[in-house]
Design a protein around this ligand. Structure first.
Ligand SMILES: Nc1ncnc2c1ncn2[C@@H]1O[C@H](COP(=O)(O)OP(=O)(O)O)[C@@H](O)[C@H]1O
Ligand SMILES: [Mg+2]
Length: 521
């Protein structure tokens, strides 16, 4: 599959034809639009991939967004179609696509999809004469995260939409300040990591994650991903090479510098072309997007990193200091981070709760890809969850500080310590493997799955410490029972319980707590 993918990659004509014949045609068939279905309005943007317009549906009067693709519109159709099926909430609502005339030109050519497909396979000298591809989305709203961040009032300008159901404020009676700001940014970042985790879960790496490519839907109070033309689909092996696409150096991971420092004079396009096959073969390629998410989080917190020049300067500093955020922060001019400085409150946001945000940013922007948090573990991080989810579970069960006098206190303290610090991920306490298994095989919203996979987490951890004769999972029906009842009937499971605490089954406890935490009990 990989070599096929590579073959397809280096011969985009063949891929184009393949996509047209087998994929695009059926997709286009979903809803047959023509240019006459829309009244084209103002231009929203013009990037490497095409021109974007606001439009009105001629019949329904609804607001749409149309993108006339210059190139490789197929990639964007493919990614949009896949993600609309896998995670429709994570991206702007994609409606369909059609071949149509350029704006201003009339008389659409008939049967152009077949011509296009044929041309792609056989080759066609004057491509420009062809009708371009148009993609159609629902108009989600006027603001991207980038535009919202341009406003001095950010993140309070998003707050009323995000917290519609609680009076439009993040924390009741809390005045504007560190805590309220942190809560708003936390919710935005929870959405971003959920979107990324969903895309990655279906094998799609976006490669162009940045605030400009997150559109805000004020009705849903939700950020959604747009501009998916640069994505790679690892599951199906599609890795398009749009001609004018260059990884955005402001937001892409430092692995790009490996290339750019070796070829300082090279024009950007060859770098992009050379890099992408590397990205293709990377371990944990999704961590490419992790880095971009980390930069985005940092920008949300620190206003001085929002202007382009400052962001570029920041990235240059990191490049020079070996990608050390700590070093960068330590050497900041005191006016920036100190009291009253432009970033003082932002650093306080990052430093809340034992530096939950700062640790998350460091982990997302880690120089070494393998050490970066995945979108999923970022989602489960202390910053996004409010605190360590495992500790929350145990706390909700036994109170914040386990009583050493209690018969189970010793084991509990030990459990908290071990489980909370288990795994390679210092953020959440769950290991990457455990989390991805949970995400792949389980549903985050499903209590049984949570208890099954996260219970399994604990048993693996315990096994490492020599407690290996425990039931690996706890059936949901058992978890319904109260702790008291469990203790009473615990002798039934005496064989499975740790030897030093025959009356206490930590898995039941964890499982129970998880369900409580999820509000299912
Ligand atoms: N579904 C949508 N709803 C509202 N606005 C959109 C939507 N999709 C794109 N836009 C607007 O169009 C701009 C350009 O779209 P994008 O897909 O990022 O293309 P590009 O960056 O290649 O020009 C975005 O910055 C955004 O303002
Ligand atoms: Mg864009």
């Amino acid at each position: 599959m990989l070599s096929l993918g590579f073959y397809l990659t280096i011969t985009p004509g063949v891929l184009g034809g393949f996509v047209d014949y087998y994929i695009l045609r059926p997709l286009l068939g979903q809803k047959r639009y023509t240019i006459d279905d829309f009244v084209i309005g103002s231009k929203l943007g013009e990037g490497g991939f095409g021109v974007v317009y606001k439009a009105t549906g001629a019949e329904d009067g609804n607001a749409y967004v149309l993108k006339r693709c210059k190139d490789y519109g197929e990639a964007e159709i493919w990614t949009n179609s896949r993600l609309m099926r896998a995670c429709p909430d994570a991206i702007a609502s994609y409606c369909g696509a059609f071949y149509g005339p350029k704006e201003g030109k009339s008389s659409p050519k008939s049967g152009s999809i077949w011509k296009k497909a044929k041309d792609a396979v056989i080759g066609n000298a004057d491509d420009d004469e062809d009708d371009p591809l148009w993609l159609v989305w629902k108009y989600e709203g006027s603001e991207t995260l980038a535009r919202l961040m341009d406003d001095k009032d950010f993140p309070y300008n998003v707050e009323p939409f995000l917290f519609k159901n609680s009076g439009g404020v993040a924390i009741e009676v809390e005045p504007r300040g560190v805590r309220r700001k942190a809560e708003i940014i936390r919710v935005i970042f929870a959405q971003i990591t959920a979107n990324l985790a969903a895309a990655h879960g279906t094998g799609i790496i976006l490669r162009d994650v940045k605030p400009e490519n997150m559109i805000f839907d004020p009705n849903a109070g939700r950020f959604k991903l747009i501009d998916l033309g640069a994505a790679a689909d690892l599951r199906f092996g599609f890795n398009y090479q749009p001609k004018e696409f260059i990884l955005d150096p402001r937001f892409s991971g430092p692995e790009e510098y490996i290339m750019s420092t070796q070829t300082p004079e090279a024009p950007p396009t060859p770098v992009a072309l050379a890099l992408s096959p590397i990205l293709w073969q990377l371990n944990v390629p999704d961590r490419f997007d992790s880095y971009s998410a980390g930069v985005t989080l940092l920008q949300m917190c620190l206003p001085s990193l929002r202007p382009d020049n400052n962001l570029i300067q920041f990235r240059r500093t990191l490049e020079e200091n070996g990608e050390s955020l700590t070093d960068w922060r330590n050497k900041l001019p005191s006016r920036m981070g100190k009291k009253g400085g432009p970033d003082a409150e932002g650093f306080e946001v990052l430093d809340l709760d034992d530096r939950a945000g700062w640790e998350l940013v460091k982990s997302l922007m880690s120089k070494t890809r393998e050490r970066r948090s995945s979108a999923t573990s970022a989602r489960w991080s202390r910053f996004v969850q409010g605190r360590n989810p495992v500790v929350s579970v145990l706390d909700s069960l036994f109170g914040a500080s386990p009583d050493e006098e209690d018969a189970s206190g010793g084991l509990l303290a030990w459990l908290v310590f071990r489980v909370a610090r288990s795994g390679t991920n210092r953020e959440g306490g769950f290991t990457e493997a455990q989390l991805s298994q949970f995400v792949e095989d389980g549903e985050i919203g499903k209590t049984e799955d949570a208890s099954k996979y996260l219970g399994y987490v604990a048993s693996e951890t315990l096994a490492k410490y020599g407690v290996d004769r425990l039931a690996r999972t706890v059936g949901p029906e058992r978890a319904e029972k109260s702790i008291g009842k469990k203790r009473a009937e615990a002798s039934v499971d005496a064989d499975d319980a740790p030897t030093r605490e025959p009356g206490f089954n930590p898995f039941r406890a964890l499982n129970d707590g998880l369900q409580k935490l999820r509000g299912k009990k």
